[in-house]
Design a protein around this ligand. Structure first.
Ligand code: PRT
Ligand code: ZN
Length: 307
């Protein structure tokens, strides 16, 4: 009998090797304080600052690697996870993965699109039609939900040109700006899924040391995501104008207001205000603040924060 392999102590995270999610995934992990050494074949990164290694793969392989226990966490589009989960439940081969975090980037929709010149009266219109897609299970489930019988034509790429090539009548594909559909004379008519990049893990809790590492990483991700959206707003205002200025402040934390020492001959009673804002501060907002009496306005990114 072969002895059982010792339990894996290091956490393994699967991310896309190249493609839309590759750089933001790496940037996010780097902003969590991870540093790594990349293998020569660029498929594996050995974590140096924490016992967290990265596996660089095709995005389609990420859910399977987690379900099979080869990796503990993954960063991937919700669309890929949903298709994988449906495949697993159809084959009765394990539970759905757990979506642990939404990352707010890689946003897109999985849409049915029909000829731009055609009117849309609802899903029943698709009966008997051929639908080209790379997401046959999501489309199949949606058709069943709407009790429509149609043929699903699985294509791994170039879905949008399928109607022009005579391979299908309509398509179901990922859409972000909509430019690709428009260029192919197609119009989106129904959304099957709203997607973005997500962190996924297995359906069961991770074993002790890897579980602790996963928690630490997710906590740091939360901090990094919050920071990315946080700005520090600084301004000065005459004390008398402060109520008007306060009316125009963006959403955020309670502002800190301090008296400015006017000893150097300034004379005017002035205050300095600083506050952490949720999200970017628009030019319009700055102009409104200035009109209300504020001056020396400054908006800064925040590098680190520990409450
Ligand atoms: O090689 P690998 O298999 O890893 O990569 P891939 O080619 O399968 O994936 P990739 O890198 O193209 O996309 C990775 C993930 O990004 C997807 O699974 C989605 O979760 C997300 N994403 C976000 C998108 C889009 N936006 C998107 N617009 N994925 C694909 N597209 C394609 C779409 O298929 C269509 O061809 O872009 C075109 C439409 O774009 P618009 O802007 O013209 O509407
Ligand atoms: Zn892919």
């Amino acid at each position: 009998m072969t002895p059982a392999a010792p339990p894996r102590e290091r956490l393994r995270v699967a991310i896309q090797r190249s493609g839309r999610l590759a750089t933001p995934s790496r940037d996010l992990l780097a902003s969590c304080g991870l540093t790594w050494r990349e293998s020569r074949d660029k498929l594996f990164c050995y974590g140096e600052s924490l016992a967290v290694d990265l596996l660089l793969v095709r995005d389609d392989d990420i859910p399977g690697l987690i379900a099979d226990g080869v990796c503990d966490l993954g960063i991937v589009g919700r669309n890929v996870v949903a298709e994988h989960d449906l495949a697993r439940s159809e084959n009765d081969s394990g539970d759905a993965l757990t979506e642990l975090r939404e990352l707010g980037w890689g946003r897109c929709r999985l849409d049915i699109a029909i000829d731009a010149g055609e009117a849309w009266h609802g899903p029943a219109q698709l009966a008997g039609q051929r639908i080209a897609t790379s997401y046959p299970r999501i489309v199949g489930a949606w058709l069943r939900e709407h009790q429509v019988q149609a043929d699903v034509v699985m294509l791994s790429g170039s879905v949008e040109i399928a109607p022009r090539l005579g391979q299908a009548d309509v398509v179901c594909d990922l859409v972000s700006s909509g430019a690709t559909l428009a260029a192919n004379n197609l119009a989106p008519v129904a959304t099957l899924l709203h997607s973005e990049a997500v962190v996924v893990g297995p359906s069961h809790p991770l074993e002790e040391s890897r579980g602790d590492l996963a928690e630490l990483l997710l906590r740091r991700m939360d901090g990094a995501l919050r920071l990315k959206e946080t700005r520090l707003l600084m301004l000065r205002s005459p004390r008398g104008e402060l109520p008007a200025v306060m009316n125009h402040l963006p959403e955020g934390h309670e502002p800190t207001i301090t008296a400015v020492d006017s000893g150097a001959g300034g004379g005017q009673d002035e205050v300095s205000l600083q506050m952490l804002c949720h999200g970017a501060v628009s030019w319009q907002r700055l102009e409104d603040l200035k009109r209300a009496g504020a001056r020396q306005l400054m908006v800064l990114p925040v590098e680190g924060m520990l409450a």
